[in-house]
Design a protein around this ligand. Structure first.
Ligand SMILES: *Cc1c(COP(=O)(O)O)cnc(C)c1O
Length: 378
């Protein structure tokens, strides 16, 4: 059983065929159509497709003016692209520990991470659950700094009925195959800010504006466009998104029913006012259990699982640069070592969920022994 269930087939192929027949392959009308669908779905004023969420995040930070010497506050627990895009601008990521209830940045710890050089806060909506955006926005407004949401996993997630990506000045989604919907590779920046929207579309395509017969170059830009071929897939995927979200939610609820109350397992929470997109269904295995052994045993039983996501201070690249210690990030450290992502798909049956859970409980039973040695070396 695979970690993710894809839903791409003939409908997507038919839409790609139309792009081929149009003779126009790069960012064009199909990309506009895809952007319109995301705009409508998230109720945002502007949407700009990018070649990935990583390029979308990079572009967003450039658009708000992050540069050398600036600091950007992010959670320690995320896919490291969140930090890389900050580094690539000569700026410094300031890591903040997470809360284990939500896997999101612990908003009470943001204040101590602020400095006169703080340019922005980039909360991550971990696995599709919105961060505490009210508190984060209050802090940002108080200190006149921007918020860019890494909403890579959170298309379809809401907080108080408002779509992820709508709380910050900019919000960025991913269409990597492991996310809610896919375009193969792809991303999308949403914003309600007219000035940002204009800057994004300029910078996304070489910093150039189109005159009658050729371009004129106004800024040092990028080519971060999404092709119409990828966007064709996105157009069809957006038609299915509600069904995909409902199906994933169903599977997540079924898992939680089976697994809550099991000794050594804590299931993901969905606090009041939140709608989780369940990009991943992530549990925490409590400490006598050797998570990596569970992953191995599950793989041997034909069930693909993986870690949750990464504590960035534990990655060699950031460890070398900043020499951060586990003591500064007790929750992210624990999550890095003890989280487990279970397979999740929109059309998962109860039989499949039982199969995963039976194997999980069995693997847990066999993984309480040599834990300590592994934990210390990981
Ligand atoms: C997947 C992911 C990214 C990167 O998305 P790509 O589209 O693959 O570039 C960034 N941040 C988070 C939190 C992610 O989960």
């Amino acid at each position: 059983m695979k970690l993710t269930e894809l839903s791409v087939g003939q409908d997507e192929l038919d839409e790609i065929q139309k792009v081929f027949e149009s003779g126009y392959l790069t960012q064009g009308l199909k990309t506009s159509e895809f952007e319109d669908r995301v705009k409508k779905f998230t109720k945002s004023k502007w949407a700009h497709a990018t070649s990935s969420a990583t390029t979308g995040l990079h572009l967003s930070l450039v658009a708000i003016g992050v540069g050398a010497g600036d600091e950007v506050i992010i959670p320690d627990f995320s896919f490291p692209a969140t930090a890389n895009v900050i580094e690539q601008l000569g700026a410094t990521p300031i890591f903040v520990d997470i809360s284990l209830d939500t896997f999101n940045v612990d908003a009470t710890k943001i204040a101590t991470a602020l400095s006169p050089r703080t340019k922005a806060i980039m909360p991550v909506h971990a696995f599709g659950l919105c961060a505490e955006m009210d508190t984060i926005k209050d802090i940002a407004d108080n200190y006149s700094i921007d918020v860019v949401e890494d909403a890579a996993c959170a298309l379809g997630a809401t907080y108080k009925g408002v779509s992820a990506g709508k709380f910050g000045r900019l919000g960025v989604f991913s269409f990597h195959p492991r996310k809610i919907i896919t375009t193969g590779e792809g991303g999308m920046i949403i914003t309600d800010d007219d000035e940002m929207s204009e800057r994004l579309s300029l910078l996304r395509s070489h910093g150039a504006i189109r005159l009658d017969h050729y371009l004129q170059f106004e800024e040092i830009g990028f080519n971060y466009r999404l092709s119409d071929i990828n966007s064709a897939i996105g157009v069809v995927q957006m038609k299915k998104i509600q069904a995909v979200l409902t199906g994933r939610r169903h599977a997540a609820m079924a898992y939680s029913m089976r697994l809550s109350g099991i000794d050594g397992v804590s299931v993901p929470s969905e606090p009041i006012d939140h709608l989780h997109s369940y990009q991943s269904y992530v549990i925490i295995l409590s400490r006598p259990i050797n998570r990596d052994k569970v992953i191995r045993l599950m793989r041997d039983a034909g069930v693909e699982t993986t870690l949750g996501t990464y504590a960035m201070h534990l990655q060699p690249v950031f460890r070398r640069r900043y020499g951060l210690s586990d003591a500064d990030f007790p929750n992210a450290s624990h999550a890095h070592r003890q989280c487990l992502t279970l397979p999740l798909g929109h059309s998962m049956t109860n039989v499949e969920i039982d199969f995963v859970c039976d194997n999980l409980l069995n693997a847990i039973k066999l993984s309480r022994d040599d834990h300590k040695a592994n934990y210390m070396s990981g």
